[in-house]
Ligand binder design. Structure first.
Ligand SMILES: O=C(O)CCC(=O)C(=O)O
Length: 276
């Protein structure tokens, strides 16, 4: 299928060297941190258009007190690259996509979608969940980059991961909410999973986690907007899953152009971003 035109290569496409400990930690734990992945000048270039999209969402959102657990956790913007050409080189970055491929140990990756995740001042916790519950992709080679565009202090914090949960695959049917928090808290306790966080992050640092890695994030007790941009990729040549039940049906329509199950997931919103 024909995809979107790729932006003219720029600084954001230059390589970034990962060390052996990062690769090994990611394989073992299903998550890692890569500090300084985007430079200060790259954050200065891409944060303004992304934060403009975030403001648009914040203006339309009902007061926090009127929202349930899911909508208290974050404001969500999707595929911002389709809304503003200025954001496209960030989402299509060959550097980020190559890091994603190298961490997973796959030859190439395609874009699933991007997502801004803003935890507002006073925003609630993000309950335990597995991202891949939502994704109709016939692979476990899926990965999310979570990059703050502002410095995130310890008091706000980044995500907490349950080490090694990616190796167990699907841990249950729960989507993000009070039930997932209760069920997965019990599972983490029962099965003795160690939990870990990468703590405070600077703008341009990033965490990466696999689609089946169980994770959550703390509430935001500060007055800071926790502005985060995420990008999700999957291994090139991945096929659409036969399981389109529940929340997966919506993702299938939105992000995979409703490509039939069993066919290669290479829709018009899913350009191959590494290798170029
Ligand atoms: O930003 C958050 O609070 C949660 C993010 C998350 O769950 C994810 O990126 O998969």
């Amino acid at each position: 299928m024909t995809g979107p035109a790729l932006p003219v290569p720029s600084e954001i496409d230059t390589p970034f060297a990962l060390d052996g400990a990062t690769l090994e930690g990611f394989r073992r734990n299903g998550h890692t941190v890569v500090r300084g992945l985007a430079s200060a000048s790259e954050v200065a270039r891409f944060a303004p258009p992304i934060l403009a999209q975030e403001r648009r969402l914040a203006e339309k959102a009902p007061p926090l007190a009127e929202r349930g657990t899911y909508f208290k956790a974050f404001l969500q913007g999707h595929n911002l690259w389709t809304r503003d050409e200025a954001i496209k080189p960030f989402v299509f970055s060959a550097r980020f996509a190559r890091v994603a491929a190298e961490l997973m140990g796959v030859a190439g990756v395609r874009l699933y979608h991007d997502q801004s995740l803003t935890k507002e001042p006073g925003g609630g916790h993000t309950p335990w969940h597995q991202d891949q519950t939502y994704w109709p992709l016939d692979t476990s080679d899926t990965i999310t980059m979570w990059m703050p565009l502002v410095d995130v202090p310890e008091t706000v914090g980044s995500m907490t991961f349950a080490n090694g949960t990616h190796l167990r695959g699907d841990l249950g049917p729960w989507v993000i909410g009070d039930e997932s928090e209760a069920a997965f808290s019990e599972l983490v306790e029962r099965d003795g999973f160690e939990t870990a966080t990468h703590g405070a992050l600077k703008a341009g640092d990033a965490t990466f986690h696999r689609g089946w890695t169980l994770h959550r994030a703390p509430a935001n007790p500060t007055t800071l907007m926790r502005s985060v941009m995420t990008i999700i990729w999957y291994a090139d040549q991945t096929r659409v899953s036969a399981n389109l039940a529940g929340v997966r049906a919506m993702d299938h329509q939105f992000w995979l152009n409703a490509i039939p199950p069993g066919e290669v997931a290479d829709g018009p919103l899913n350009p191959r971003l590494w290798p170029r």
